[in-house]
Design a protein around this ligand. Structure first.
Ligand code: ZN
Length: 426
């Protein structure tokens, strides 16, 4: 009924068709010519290159002399390396470091408004560290608040990275947390419990309907009174999750720390495995064969060990840290695609570079680490409009002092951040 009346209003039609047109002046948008010392295009480092940006897109890139300067404002970035905006592969903007407040208390005691208010600060810090996109892998009890956060950023209401969101994530009944309560109590959970054919299909569709870009499943977890992680969902259940998500064009990411949890996630068709701590050479070979990417989250394990009292650089490395070094090297040796993602939120937002530094510390070449944080993550997350410096792609760019391919720490010394062609720092 409303629609019929609507259609009879010619003035409104005129107004609507007006808004279909590009805003006046869009084609006269000023061009900028960025002149750093070198350009990392997402794959290769090029000394003496320049980049021309117009509107929200990259217009040209190449040796400084070959990029047209006509009509462009020149931005002198002497002393810097220009890179594609960095893509964080594993964040939780709705969490903050566990040494500030335990995960249990964040989930059970913090008001949702407080968590969202904090998340807006986390989003700004992430962007100002040069991370222009994040894949946020679960709200941990904050339902669909990541969807609203994503919308507020996309509309320019608050500064923050472009977001790929997972919403609630899926866990097998009884397997997740908060833990440590009487078995007589039903404690609210940090993710959505669902099992079996119909309930899993419903949960995946519900999460997608409410805004999930990616479905996250916990293939294993520490559950019951056991201290170590064990597989949770059956292979058939994970396959059902993956197929339901895939039929709508969405990928599935799996939390998996055990070899068996990883094996089920790989065979079921999950596209990334988060953590992968107890992977074996056989499991990493299987990942390579199935083109499953590993998001190793080195910094999270390192941070949690320090929260438990390990004095890094002073005390001996705890067994889990030592083991993580071994399995990460096994994954590299097997040629597994390494996605960059630190599990930020376990440690401070804005300190995302900690994972990049640890990837180098654990044996990856700095240039490969830079690829991982740009073109590799873009490919793994199906982001065809970013992750490289190429004409036509989004002008999400970051200039850092020095050369991070020589010393990865340089990635922290950000001079300029551009998101969709707009300078977002200062
Ligand atoms: Zn996580």
């Amino acid at each position: 009924m409303f629609l019929l009346n609507y259609l009879r209003l010619p003035a409104l039609w005129l107004a609507l068709s007006f808004f279909d047109q590009p805003p006046a002046g869009r084609f006269e948008e000023a061009a900028r010519l960025l002149k750093p010392d070198r350009v990392f295009d997402g794959e290769t480092m090029h000394e003496g290159w320049a980049v021309r940006v117009r509107g929200e897109r990259i217009e040209a890139v190449g040796p400084a002399g070959s990029v047209p300067a006509a009509g462009a404002e020149v931005v002198d970035l002497k002393g810097t390396t220009l890179l594609p905006g960095l893509i964080e592969g594993h964040s939780h903007l709705l969490l903050h470091p566990y040494n500030e407040t335990s995960w249990n208390d964040q989930v059970l005691k913090e008001p949702r408004a407080y968590r969202v208010a904090r998340a807006t600060v986390h989003a700004r810090k992430t962007l100002l560290a040069g991370f222009t996109t994040v894949r946020d892998l679960g709200t941990e009890g904050a339902d669909y608040d990541d969807v609203g956060l994503k919308q507020a950023i996309a509309q320019g209401l608050i500064p923050g990275p472009r977001m790929i969101v997972a919403t609630r994530a899926l866990v097998a009944s009884g397997s997740y947390g908060p833990k440590g309560f009487s078995p007589d109590l039903d404690v609210p959970q940090g993710a959505e419990e669902a099992d079996g054919h119909d309930r899993l299909i419903q949960a995946v569709r519900r999460q997608i309907g409410r805004g999930a870009d990616v479905v996250k499943v916990y293939a294993d977890y520490r559950w019951g009174l056991m201290a170590d992680a064990r597989p949770t969902f059956s292979l058939e259940e994970i396959r059902l999750i993956v197929e339901t998500a895939r039929s709508s064009g969405r990928p599935t990411a799996a939390h998996a720390a055990t070899a068996e949890g990883m094996r089920r996630a790989i065979l079921a068709g999950c596209e990334t495995i988060e953590h992968g701590d107890a992977g074996t050479p056989e499991i990493f070979a299987l990942m390579k064969e199935h083109k499953t990417a590993l998001c190793p989250t080195l910094a999270a394990g390192d941070a949690v060990s320090q929260y438990r009292g390990w004095k890094k650089g002073v005390g001996p490395e705890p067994e889990n840290v030592r083991q993580k070094r071994v399995t990460f090297r096994q994954a590299l040796a097997a040629g597994v695609t390494i996605c960059f993602g630190g599990d930020v939120g376990v440690f401070a937002h804005g300190d995302n570079a900690r994972e990049l530094e640890m990837m180098v510390e654990y044996g990856m070449k700095p240039l490969d680490v830079l690829r991982s944080a740009t073109s590799v993550n873009a490919d793994v997350f199906h982001l065809t409009d970013r992750g490289r410096i190429r004409p036509g792609l989004l002008a999400d760019l970051v200039a850092v002092e020095g050369d991070p391919a020589q010393a990865i720490q340089a990635i922290r010394n950000v001079r300029l951040i551009m998101q969709g062609g707009k300078v977002v720092n200062n």
